[in-house]
Design a protein around this ligand. Structure first.
Ligand code: ZN
Ligand code: ZN
Length: 410
């Protein structure tokens, strides 16, 4: 008999996250440590009417072995068939689930340049499939679960047997699984996020302005920007939740209208390393100066990905009083940490955050203020000290958040 919380979690992933439709196929990408969860997800998917569930097992140790043993000039090799298979699956209407769990320090002793090449190569070949995903051509979702190295990183003071248990406990807590009726709880939560997104969209602010210690940043918003939050809708009209958990309401910045300085409030796990204590200075949308207390070279690799990696593709608002923030944990995992605080993303903007985005060509999207890049990396800038204003088209300034909390109710 499966652990009842794990069973509930699997049901949430299938029914709330993916909102899997009867008759759909499901493709799952998961680490080998996730076998128990993936089996429960698979059973739940078939009960929901899935026609076929296929699992692509992953093992991050294989990636580490590559860095340690493969020829140095081989890091532009890529299994091109893999994103092609995913593309075919999506085009045929299949749903996509990723179980994202990794050791944040996996590649800490490896060469940053090789890490940069490997990440960039993966992003390049995955571009057609990531475009389909960004367009919400199908329902897709990302959820997580503990792996031992990650749990050890989070709870080094505990004996190994208790680390994983403690991380599961934290995940159940922040994913609202430990409530009497998680599905009802999620429905209300998602309704609120959607209502906040509609409120902000109707305001049609020309910019938002962040103020916090080390931060004074004006983020311009293009005409036609769309705030999103909670549920997303596929091209065929099915709702789903891309990230479990989700706490954010987000839109696209104007790629050329971001000015000022912003200080990150949490470390950023990127390419297997942690970038810490960093701040970025923007002028006309571009990062013109940056510094990091630790792993500045990795931050540089990230921004050297391409021209668009020095511009913003997302601005997202998260209240400080939400469960992840309140847990006080640094998860070293963007899926959780990006929902702990308001954040920005370097790199590509989502076309669905513009009212006409889905019908725009890449050129039209860029003209409208959308940013193109191979990468999209979120970093946290919000805290209990964050104040945020919206600037109307006529210049009127309105408060959106004070001390990290929303100023309006929905
Ligand atoms: Zn986000
Ligand atoms: Zn993002």
């Amino acid at each position: 008999m499966a652990n009842p919380l794990l069973q509930k979690y699997a049901e949430m992933i299938v029914h709330v996250g993916l909102n899997l439709q009867s008759g759909q196929r499901l493709l799952v990408r998961a680490p080998i440590e996730a076998a128990e969860l993936v089996r429960l997800v698979t059973a739940s998917a078939y009960r929901a009417g899935a026609r076929l569930v296929t699992v692509l097992w992953q093992d991050e140790q294989i990636a580490l072995i590559r860095f340690q043993n493969a020829p140095r000039d081989s890091f532009e090799e890529f299994p091109v068939w893999l994103p092609k298979a995913m593309e075919e699956h999506i085009r045929e209407g299949g749903a996509l689930l990723s179980i994202y769990a990794e050791d944040p320090d996996l590649l800490q002793n490896e060469d940053p340049e090789l890490i940069g090449i490997a990440m960039k190569t993966g992003a390049k070949y995955s571009q057609p499939v990531s475009k389909l995903i960004m367009r919400n051509a199908t329902n897709w979702s990302i959820a997580s679960m503990p792996v031992p190295a990650w749990a050890a990183k989070m709870f080094p003071e505990l004996p190994p047997a208790e680390q994983t248990e403690k991380l599961w406990d934290a995940i159940y807590q922040v994913c609202r699984i430990k409530t009497d009726d998680p599905v009802a709880e999620w429905k209300e939560h998602v309704r609120q996020l959607g209502a906040r997104a509609r409120y902000l969209t109707e305001k049609a602010y020309q910019a938002v302005h962040f103020r916090a210690p080390g931060t004074d940043l004006r983020v311009g918003l293009p005409a036609g920007h769309l705030w999103m939050g909670g549920e997303t809708t596929t091209e065929k009209g099915n709702t789903f939740i891309p990230n479990m958990p989700t706490e954010e309401v987000f839109t696209m910045p104007h790629r050329n209208h971001v000015d000022g300085v912003v200080r990150a409030t949490m470390p950023l796990s990127y390419g297997g390393k942690l970038i810490e204590d960093f701040s970025l200075t923007f002028k006309d949308g571009q990062v013109v100066e940056y510094q990091a207390g630790k792993n500045q070279d990795i931050l540089k690799e990230l921004m050297d990905t391409d021209e668009g990696a020095r511009h913003l593709g997302e601005v997202a608002l998260v209240a400080h009083s939400t469960p992840i923030s309140q847990s006080g944990f640094l998860f070293y995992n963007t899926l959780f940490d990006e929902n702990a605080a308001s954040h920005l993303a370097l790199g590509k903007a989502y076309k669905f955050t513009h009212q006409q985005g889905s019908t725009m060509t890449d050129e039209e999207f860029e003209t409208a203020g959308g940013n193109h890049s191979l990468t999209h990396v979120d970093f946290m800038i919000g805290s209990a000290q964050t104040d945020l204003d919206g600037i109307r088209l006529d210049g009127t300034i309105e408060p959106i958040m004070r001390q990290g909390e929303w100023t309006f109710t929905v």
